[in-house]
Design a binder for this molecule. Structure first.
Ligand code: DAH
Length: 358
């Protein structure tokens, strides 16, 4: 706008043009940034309207109020238009931002690596469930055990040659890592204080000074069983073990008892099951005998009953102890006991969340 004096009409036209032009530019602004440029262009310190305000001073006095009023009116209009456009553009920008940030919930997720249960835990639970089904309860005892519970109260006095069957890790003179789960029998009997029935199984880790190889480990897992009640006989033991073997290895399974010796049972037996690989006809797993030895058992020795608060004249009982690794090896065809302890994922991942893929 030039500096010469303008007539009122000319000024009116000028204002109308400014308004039109501004309106168009506001509508055309498609970003907040370009809208801001438009605002500065019209309403800024050196903006079009500001400059027109300055013209007021140079106008004939009588024109000033009218023109001033028109200018203010225009300023108000422009401000309102700018505000509307700003609101619109801001909303558009937010919409675009939210759209860009949306999460596609239909995309496949990243699966977390899922751990599996250890095969020994699976087998222990399976065996526990078989016995729970027959009315047994599960008892546990400490891995560090008193010599008296591990040996003496099981009819294995100090210097008894039977101690050599189970070479031990001693902690003190009187304390050791338990060599079997049989001390849990002692603990339970003492706890029950002569009451019957005692009907328990006791899973746990045991320790022996053995040299590790494919079939031996200095640390392994046992499950002990004990039933004490009036009138318990060897036939009860046999029936219980047959039921157990069939549930674990299949209904076709047969068992046989061979005479043996354990200080805490009399009579004692080694118990074999028909080979689950060949069904008894003979194969590599059973060394062509058709049978697999899986546990030791017997009738609880009167000395053990007596020493732990039971009267052998009134009650009798049977006990058994089985090696879990051996059973797992037979059941899953595992050829080396060390696999259970080496934590090799290629081995472990074959047992997933309770389901065996073998
Ligand atoms: N404690 C025996 C061992 O570790 C296993 C055993 C055999 C336990 C006969 C028993 C039993 O309760 O009656 O070799």
């Amino acid at each position: 706008m030039d500096e010469r004096q303008l007539s009122f009409d000319e000024l009116q036209t000028e204002l109308t043009n400014v308004e039109k032009e501004a309106k168009r530019r506001i509508q055309d602004a498609d970003t907040l940034k370009s809208l801001e440029d438009v605002r500065i262009n019209y309403l800024g310190k050196k903006g079009v309207l500001t400059q027109m305000m300055q013209l007021l001073g140079k106008m004939p006095k009588d024109m000033r109020p009218k023109f001033g009023e028109r200018l203010n009116e225009l300023r108000g209009k422009l401000e309102a238009m700018l505000q509307d456009r700003h609101a619109f553009l801001f909303q558009e920008q937010e919409k675009a931002r939210l759209q860009a940030e949306t999460i596609d919930v239909t995309l496949p997720g990243k699966m977390p690596a899922r751990g599996g249960r250890h095969p020994l835990s699976i087998i222990v639970e399976e065996i526990e469930n078989i016995f729970i089904g027959m009315g047994y309860t599960v008892q546990e005892g400490p891995d560090v055990e008193w010599d008296t519970y591990n040996f003496e109260r099981l009819n294995i006095p100090k210097h008894h040659p039977a101690r050599e069957m189970q070479d031990s890790f001693y902690i003190t003179e009187e304390m050791l890592l338990r060599t079997h789960t049989s001390p849990v029998q002692v603990r339970t009997m003492l706890q029950m204080g002569g009451k019957t029935p005692v009907k328990i199984i006791c899973p746990g880790t045991v320790y022996r000074r053995d040299t590790d190889d494919a079939t031996h480990s200095h640390m392994f897992t046992q499950i002990e069983g004990l039933l004490i009640a009036p009138g318990i006989r060897m036939s009860d033991l046999k029936g219980t073990l047959l039921t157990f073997a069939r549930r674990l290895f299949g209904e076709e399974t047969k068992i046989r008892l061979r005479p043996s010796f354990f200080p805490f049972t009399e009579p004692s037996a080694e118990v074999d099951v028909t080979c689950s690989q060949c069904g008894g006809s003979g194969c590599r797993v059973c060394k062509w005998t058709g049978w697999l030895e899986v546990l030791g058992a017997g009738m609880v020795h009167p000395n053990v009953l007596r020493q732990n608060g039971y009267d052998p004249e009134e009650v009798s009982g049977f006990a058994f102890g089985l090696g879990v690794e051996r059973i797992a090896m037979i059941k899953y065809g595992i050829d080396d006991i060390r696999h259970f302890y080496q934590g090799d994922r290629r081995f472990l991942k074959q047992f997933v969340a309770g389901d065996r893929f073998l």
